[in-house]
Design a protein around this ligand. Sequence first.
Ligand code: NAD
Ligand code: ZN
Length: 386
Amino acid sequence: MPDQPLSIDVRFPLGPARSYEVVVGDGVLAELGSRLSALAGAARCLLVADSGVPQGEVERAAASLRAAGCEPVTRVIHGGEAHKTWDAAGSLLSDMAALGLERRHPVVALGGGVVGDISGFVASAYRRGVPFVQCPTTLLAMVDASVGGKSGVNLPGPPGAGTLKNMAGAFYQPVLVLVDTSVLGSLPLRHLRAGLTECIKHAMLCDSVPRRDPGLLESTRSALRAWKGVRPAGAPLAELVARNVALKASVVAQDEREELSGGGRALLNLGHTFGHALETAPGSTLLHGEAVGLGLIAAATTASALGLVGAECERLTRELVEHAGLPLEVHGLAPADVRARMAHDKKVESGRLRLVLPTGPGRATVVEGPSEDAVITGLLAVLRRP
Ligand SMILES: NC(=O)c1ccc[n+]([C@@H]2O[C@H](COP(=O)([O-])OP(=O)(O)OC[C@H]3O[C@@H](n4cnc5c(N)ncnc54)[C@H](O)[C@@H]3O)[C@@H](O)[C@H]2O)c1
Ligand SMILES: [Zn+2]
């Protein structure tokens, strides 16, 4: 990791007005105020802080804003999927109106993916859009959720369907993303590991994305080996975060709204059709990253059953997931329930399943209508009876 913070540019085809910087580094939260005032000088802002983030970090962010002449109004909200609700967004919007916040007053999110997604949605809706800044504080939010502009909240579905993820939301790009890797020091190990899944996913795509990073698969493999049994931290973690942000940024810049068929942003769903089904099946207690780790194994097994890859791809995927300290199997979920939930996936078109599957080391593609046998083989690779 360089001494200076690493800056990654996300540029969209719509031109410089839509571009923004992602700054990755140890301690960069102290630069929040000066960087924001250079972009959107404003006398006030709403600072939405995650209740899991230590008070000291919230103070650090607030002090930096104040020093730059931007008075923050802080609202603390909860992370965790159960809190990603319409009510959470609504009460922030009501507060903003009651506080008399104006169109040029930014919303700053300091938290995990849940807080970032809610805050982005609120920023997109308040007065039809105010400047938005992301300061992600979980590994998952750093390498994935904070870059790309997807925001939203969950809604209750029809009877029996459970909660519908991200059913109300907007594509709304931030003006700045500030990734301070030192904040990960307080993140519980289970959540840190869950975030490593998205790094494994990126590594499995590193040769299929616009900004190819062919060495990422091997670097991720060695980093995970080194971290087996110890907490990921320090420069190697910061460097991995930066390379993952660069990879995601290149995909999003090419296909902001997931419109390219057969590639583009859709590739980032590797492991996610299986993963979302495992995460939301009745009785599941898996975190998103844990479910996607299993989904990556299921995808590699399905690809192997379809003859797209050899058995070594499945072995490598298992190795990466295992070295990240993530579960390799889950007990007590009924295969039929999980398969039924896969049919509800947003990527299903006209009843045909579309899966992103590996085609080689660091490569993946979208497969339309894979055979049912191969899909079930993939699922059975991770489902165990109680
Ligand atoms: N917008 C996108 O493109 C995108 C992409 C991927 C995931 N997501 C969304 O992200 C969400 C998951 O995000 P997540 O994994 O960050 O979970 P999360 O936001 O629920 O955070 C996990 C837990 O960590 C706590 N926490 C956060 N930062 C902490 C810190 N520094 N120290 C201690 N505790 C801390 C939170 O309070 C929470 O309890 C999901 O809702 C998912 O849909 C969005
Ligand atoms: Zn994910």
